[in-house]
Design a protein around this ligand. Structure first.
Ligand code: FES
Length: 185
């Protein structure tokens, strides 16, 4: 059974879409062209955070450093871990333009380096110079990367502003058993 969901944004705009039975809220939003900013998709980074204003939902996994007990009591949610159990409305504390800035561009790149910068983070360097023209993006936009060998897609925010050669960098949080983390290791 699907549910109807409303997303409201700081600029006063609201969008409506359907969420399929047991579908993650973030997946439903992306499927409907509402590109909520995201990073880890694992309930850790907090980028996809919003607040439920009405309706019921469950959360799969939420890192306790990301949302505290008080946050959870205030019905803050992580879209990537939320499954609605009824029609529901959510508020996001940023403008709607952040979710629909531009369309989608598909490009092929080559991994040129993986540099571990701390115990839990690494930077993935990708040469996307085969793409004609300089890649440009707004804060909050992200790339969906197909992880070599794993056949799955993960979304990451850009960690740099590429030069004319489209040398991209993505800051990746290393998880104990994440698809990208395992690939990078
Ligand atoms: S918590 Fe990182 S994308 Fe949802």
């Amino acid at each position: 059974m699907s549910h109807k969901v409303a997303f409201s944004f700081a600029d006063g705009k609201t969008v409506f879409f359907d969420v399929r039975s047991n579908e993650l809220l973030l997946d439903a939003a992306l499927r409907n062209g509402v590109n909520i900013p995201l990073d880890c998709r694992e309930g850790v980074c907090g980028t996809c955070q919003g607040r439920c204003e009405s309706g019921s939902y469950t959360l799969d996994y939420v890192d306790e450093e990301t949302l505290s007990a008080d946050d959870l009591a205030a019905r803050k949610i992580l879209s990537c871990q939320t499954r609605v159990q009824s029609d529901a409305s959510f508020y996001f504390d940023f403008d709607s333009s952040l979710c629909s800035a531009g369309g989608t561009t598909s490009i092929t790149g080559q991994v040129t380096a993986v540099k571990q910068v701390s115990e839990t983070t690494a930077i993935l360097h990708v040469d996307a110079s085969a793409h004609p023209g300089r890649l440009d993006f707004l804060p909050g936009q992200y790339a969906r990367l197909k992880i070599p060998g794993a056949g799955v897609w993960r979304s990451y925010s850009f960690a740099n502003r590429p030069d004319d050669n489209n040398q991209l960098q993505f800051l990746i949080r290393l998880l104990p058993d994440g698809a990208m983390s395992n690939y990078m290791r």
